[in-house]
Design a binder for this molecule. Sequence first.
Ligand code: SF4
Length: 176
Amino acid sequence: MDKLLLMSCCAPCSVGVITDLANQKVNFAVMFFNPNIQPKEEYERRLAENKRVCKALNVPFVEGDYLPEIWQKATRGLENEPERGKRCDQCFYLRLKAGAEYAKAHGFTRMTSVFGISRFKDFDQVCRAGKKAEQETGIPYETTNWRKNGGLEHAERLAKEYNLYRQTYCGCKPKK
Ligand code: SF4
């Protein structure tokens, strides 16, 4: 049976896609695995908002463990990289590989993510990480560009409707 795992970084980025998939009656769940988010209070806040959206739309929500130490290990030496640089390569891959492994272990047939929806992100960079995870796990990674066809504006409208908390930075706090 078809079952999609949608990897989410936060509620403002995912609310439009979750709403659309729920309206289309797609069999899917949202997974929140974001060891990149610092500090922990910020992580908890984003987690709670993403859960709130899923609960409102009656969509299953998978909460990954908060493991900042594995993110730090994966990105060590890349602290001074700019956003969209090599640190982000590792960050996307770490999260998408974990998602693909979860998907494989729990009967999901495909995976995608909203990691590239923000205009600050390099969409192709996210896709490359997802495809690497696909090659290593066999779980197809779908490279849907949710930013297109007004997707970003749709998400922004819904974020206002839900009065979602909107952060001012991606997740990590790299050394300057
Ligand atoms: S800027 Fe965002 S995607 Fe890049 S390493 Fe930091 S948390 Fe990860």
